[in-house]
Ligand binder design. Sequence first.
Ligand code: KIV
Length: 293
Amino acid sequence: MTQLSAAQSPAPKERTSDSSKTLYGGKGTRRITVRDITAAKERGEKWPMLTAYDAMTASVFDEAGIPVMLVGDSAGNCHLGYDTTVPVTLDEMAILSAAVVRGTSRALIVADLPFGSYQEGPVQALRSATRLVKEAGVGAVKLEGGERSLAQTELLVSSGIPVMSHLGLTPQSVNTMGYRVQGRGEEAAHQLLRDAKSAEAAGAFAVVLELVPAELAAEVTRSLHIPTVGIGAGSACDAQVLVWTDMLGLTGGKMPRFVKQYADLRGVMGDAAKAFAEDVVGGAFPAAEHAVH
Ligand code: KIV
C-alpha cells in the first residue's frame, strides 16, 4: 500500500468559517456560482433563497444580500394573475428572468423551466434551458421531478447548464397531485429518497423539497452531498426558500402554515393608495412644492 507524502496529500478541509466567503453576509461582489453553493454545504452553512419576478424587487433583495434568487413559475400566481403555474410559458419566463438578472449583480439567478418546456425529453429541456441561459443570462435552471427527469438533468448538466431539482409537492402536477403534503407513508418516503438520490446522481447542484414532513426532509438532507432547499419541509434543510409576495405580505388571502410574514406590504400599499386618492379628491395633492414653474 503506498502512502502519500505530506507534500502530496490533499490539504485538510477548511473547518473554520471565513465570513468573507459566506453566501449571506459575504463581502464578495462577484456573482455567486453553483460552486459557491457546493462549498457552503461542505462548510455546513445555511442560506436563504427568495423568488423574484422583476428587476426592482430583485435589486432590493440583492442589496439585502440574498445570495440566490429563483425566478419561479410561481410568477404565474404571484405576478401574472393565473390560477396555477401551469399556463406560464417559456417566453414569459425568459422576459421575467432577464429582468431579474438585470436588477442584480451578486445573486445566483435560477429560473424555472415552465410546464411543457421539458417534459417531452432531454432535447426539449436543453433547447428551453439554453434560451434562459443565453437570452436571459440566468446561472442555473430548476425543473420538477427526480427519477422522471433524470435524462433531462443529465443532458443539461453535461451541456454546462446547472440544474436545481424540485421534489415533494411539484405544482406543475397540480392536476394529478393536488396541493398536498408529499412523502407521507413508507413507500412515498422511499420514493422521495430515491428521487433525491437520482437528482444528485444526475448532477443536480441542489434539491428543493416542498411540503415534505420535516423528519423525511432531515433524512434526505443527511443522505445527500448537495444542499436541500426547504419550503414547508422543516428546519434541517441546508437552505430555505419563500415566495417573496408571501414573505412580505403582498399576497392576499390565507397563507399556508409554513409561510412567515416579515411585513405587511398589502396593508402599506393599500393605505398609501387610499391616502393618495384622498389627497387628489380633496385637493391636497399636488401642493405648491410639487408644481413645476
Ligand atoms: O416557483 C416557485 O416559486 C418555486 C418555489 C416555491 C420553490 O418553485
